[in-house]
Design a protein around this ligand. Structure first.
Ligand code: ADP
Ligand code: MG
Length: 287
């Protein structure tokens, strides 16, 4: 578990001896029931699913349909009650706690709706944090964090605290943090849930860039059909079951949509709050 795999290496490795591609994610009849003592809450009820390297999947469904439960299982933060989960062909239930932790920290990057940044910690230090758990040598950590911030267009904000950043910038810091250990899989649970529509498209532009240019496998939860249009494939959950699984028709490219949207502050320039005004000052996600 000591060697780091880049996204392209791990996708190249995901082939059997017979030349068949191994799914990055494979769920076999997965159930998850939360045991609350008196009552049992069935959150997933028999989900089977394969996701391959380089896919960009949107997970949709009403509140309570099991989306976050699914993401927690995919991210090895929780285990199925029943059924099996194979990550790159390995049965996750066969791994020890340490192996799981190593897998999580090297292979998977997480992004959350609430950003989950440490408040009294600079953007750079927030991004550096996972490198400590991954055992990256101390002299390399800042360099890796700077590079990750550059990938999301925030190199200039490295010394800022979360409170000095707009919501969109905070989410970009969170994406940089997810990228810092070069994962091959990014899991994002409602990453645009707290953002206005233009900023949401900016976040989708970053995720599409990671998927297209770096071959990362991306799985996002969203309940907004507009946002799912940026994915390549959409799953729909209802009552803990996968009800629909289809390729996205007329997929949108964020880089094409962004120029057609009004700039932030354009509609309400008279009273644009400082942090939102800042984010329109030339920090494009692509720089
Ligand atoms: P979604 O993300 O689609 O809103 P969740 O996966 O969070 O759905 O929840 C699915 C179901 O499981 C819901 O009924 C929810 O109340 C329940 N649930 C989620 N997490 C827990 C938990 N930690 N303990 C008990 N029940 C939970
Ligand atoms: Mg949820």
């Amino acid at each position: 578990m000591s060697s780091r795999l880049t996204a392209s290496e791990s996708s190249l490795n995901a082939v059997t001896a017979s030349g068949q591609q191994i799914a990055t994610i494979r769920l076999e009849n997965v159930y998850k029931t939360y045991d609350l003592g008196e009552i049992q809450v069935p959150a997933l009820r028999g989900v089977s699913l394969e996701i391959f390297a380089g896919e960009f999947v949107a997970v949709m469904g009403a509140s309570g349909s099991g989306k976050s439960t699914l993401m927690n299982i995919l991210g090895c933060l929780d285990r199925p009650t029943k059924g099996r989960y194979f990550l790159d062909g390995r049965d996750v239930s066969s791994l020890s706690k340490d192996e799981l932790a190593a897998l999580r920290s090297h292979k998977i990057g997480f992004v959350f709706q609430q950003f989950n940044l440490l408040p009294r910690t600079s953007a750079l230090e927030n991004v550096e944090l996972p490198t400590i758990y991954a055992g990256v040598p101390i002299e390399e950590r800042a360099k890796r964090a700077e590079e990750a911030l550059r990938r999301v267009g925030l190199a200039e904000r490295a010394g800022h605290f979360p409170s000095q950043l707009s919501g969109g910038q905070q989410q970009r810091v969170a994406i940089a943090r997810a990228l810092v250990n070069n994962p091959s899989l990014v899991l994002a649970d409602e990453p645009t849930g707290n953002l206005d529509s233009r900023t949401s498209v900016e976040i989708m532009e970053i995720l599409q860039g990671l998927n297209e240019q770096h071959g990362l496998t991306v799985v996002i939860v969203t309940h907004e059909p507009d946002i799912a249009q940026y994915a390549k494939r959409a799953l729909e959950f209802r009552d803990g079951k996968l009800r629909k699984d289809a390729m996205v028709q007329n997929r949108q490219l964020a880089s094409e949509v962004l120029p057609t949207l009004p700039a932030i502050g354009a509609e309400d320039e008279a009273d644009a709050p400082g942090d939102r005004a800042k984010s329109s000052n030339g920090n494009t996600p692509a720089d």
